[in-house]
Design a binder for this molecule. Structure first.
Ligand code: 5CA
Ligand code: ZN
Length: 497
């Protein structure tokens, strides 16, 4: 028997009516413990109304309106970060087979994952059409037409679209989909390889800012050569550590060099009149960012959302005791004040009792709850409860400003809690055995000489994936865990989603 069950039974002995209601709420309030991460995750998606996984096609899910509202806010941040120097655009979903099949390395990486459209009605198509698994082969033939001279460069575009991948690994809502509904793909074109390399750095910086705004800590690493994007010179990736210690790749930036430029003949006239091949990059993020957001911050009561992305930022719960009309009037006045201050505020005047309302809005991750009762009104305050557990009385005067302060403190608190968990999951090791033990708990930082053979050996022996070389950090010399060669190189290793 759980403690809360014991609790409600003890109280029900008193025969009090409200306490039997409390017993009912306790029954409502059960998500599996977060230690059972997979069950917790699936249950939360449903109970908090983010994703309905009952659609009858494997790997394809439905966004509940509430989940969609979160997504809209999250992708609003991405747009805000890209719009200053990227143009948003849209390309067709279907790619003709002849274009799709042009780039050999790219095909090799994707051919097992492509859905093909072969008929229009009952008529077989002359040229099969691929449902985009990503859009290089849709976009780059158009780039060939668009780019003429150095004056057209750099070119930076992005689109947010659905893509299709016939994934054969275990599918999971938001994490491994066959229809990725919210694939943000940016594609850039540059005059030189160095300009493109700089763009990859810029992309990673933008993504870093994006994840900071979601209060999520992450790792940045250069993927090993055997795990780079098909057709890329190199791939830099961002990974978040999930509650079970496995990592989730939540963004990648690829330096494409001139591989696609050669295939699709994308050239420009340089200032000296010479025709030159362009250099390209692409970088992508999917709804995995939302999987990371809800998994890292969520708790046993449900979602925990940062202020910036919460569909409802503040819920007002009137405590209808004493002069009910007065309590309602004050609550309504507060609601319009906060709405006027551009806060997403909701006044819950449904028939449920306050406890049930608290439960409901906690499940939905609302950052701040305001309770307004007759005693609060007498004192000129409201009771403020933050989703991280902080509770206090706050004066009604100047409430707007106080709320913004609380929102920013909540952001800091969410980040520092997540950061602590993140750091506890990353450990330096020096041997294969240690790496093996550590990857059962989280991420191992392993000395690796950089040789491909040693890399494969590491993955086989440790039975985990190599995320690759950490970026923006340096390390002292150490002996490769496989061959013993001394270098400053390291790799992250982890069990990956
Ligand atoms: N064209 C490039 C950059 S836009 C590209 O397709 N890169 S990717 O293959 O690495 O995908 C970009 C990101 O999408 C990945 O880093 C990962 O976070 C996410 N992603 C990839 N496959 C899936 C999937 N099946 N379900 C959900 N997200 C996925
Ligand atoms: Zn080695």
């Amino acid at each position: 028997m759980t403690d809360s069950n014991k609790d409600s039974r003890a109280k029900s002995k008193t025969g009090c009516k409200t306490e039997s209601k409390k017993a009912k709420d306790d029954k409502l309030a059960k998500l599996p413990p977060k230690e059972s991460f997979s069950e917790w995750y699936h249950e939360l998606l449903m109970t908090a109304e983010i994703i309905d996984n009952r659609y009858p096609v494997k790997g394809m899910c439905v966004w509940f309106p509430f989940g969609f509202a979160i997504k809209k806010n999250v992708y609003g941040i991405i747009r805000e970060l890209l719009d200053p120097d990227h143009q948003e655009t849209q390309f067709p979903l279907m790619i003709p087979e002849n274009e799709f099949m042009k780039e050999a390395q790219h095909i090799k990486g994707f051919e097992d994952e492509v859905y093909w459209v072969t008929c229009g009605g009952t008529t077989p198509l002359d040229i099969k059409l691929a449902l985009r698994p990503t859009s290089e082969t849709a976009i780059y033939p158009m780039f060939k037409l668009w780019i003429r001279s150095h004056a057209d460069l750099p070119l930076r575009i992005y689109q947010i679209v659905n893509t299709f991948r016939y994934e054969t690994k275990h599918t999971r809502p938001l994490i491994r989909l066959r229809e990725i509904t919210s694939f943000k793909e940016a594609h850039t074109v540059h005059a030189t390889w160095e300009d493109a390399a700089e763009q990859v750095e810029t992309a990673i910086k933008r993504y870093s800012e994006f994840y900071s705004r979601l209060a999520l800590p992450f790792l940045v690493s250069r993927r090993p050569s055997w795990d780079k994007f098909p057709g890329a010179d190199y791939t830099t990736a961002i990974d978040v550590i999930m509650p079970d210690g496995r990592t989730l790749q939540v963004g990648t930036a690829h330096h494409l060099g001139s591989t696609f430029a050669k295939t699709y003949e994308i050239t420009y006239e340089a200032e000296n009149g010479e025709q030159k091949l362009v250099s390209q990059t692409c970088y992508g993020i999917s709804e995995r960012c939302i999987a990371a957001l809800i998994s890292v911050h969520g708790d046993e009561k449900g979602l925990v959302l940062p202020w910036e992305v919460a569909p409802t930022q503040i819920v007002i719960v009137p405590i209808l005791l004493g002069d009910k009309e007065k309590v309602l009037a004050v609550s309504r006045e507060l609601q319009s004040r906060l709405a006027a201050a551009k806060m997403r505020v909701l006044l819950d005047i449904s028939d449920e009792r306050p406890g049930a309302k608290f439960y409901k809005w906690e499940m939905k991750g609302v950052p701040i709850r305001l309770e307004v009762g007759p005693r609060d009104i007498e004192k000129g305050v409201v009771t403020l409860a933050r989703r991280d557990g902080t509770k206090k009385a706050v004066p009604m005067d100047g409430l707007e400003e106080a709320l913004l302060g609380e929102a920013s403190e909540l952001q800091t608190a969410l980040y520092s809690k997540a950061r602590q968990k993140h750091e506890a999951r990353v450990k330096e090791v020096s041997s294969i055995d240690e790496a093996k033990a550590q990857t059962l708990e989280g991420v191992a930082l392993v000395p690796w000489c950089g040789e491909v053979d040693c890399g494969h050996e590491l993955e086989n022996q440790v039975e985990a994936n190599m995320l690759g070389e950490p970026q923006y950090v340096s390390f002292p010399e150490a002996a490769c865990a496989v061959c013993g060669k001394v270098s400053r190189n390291r790799t992250y290793m982890a069990r990956q989603y």
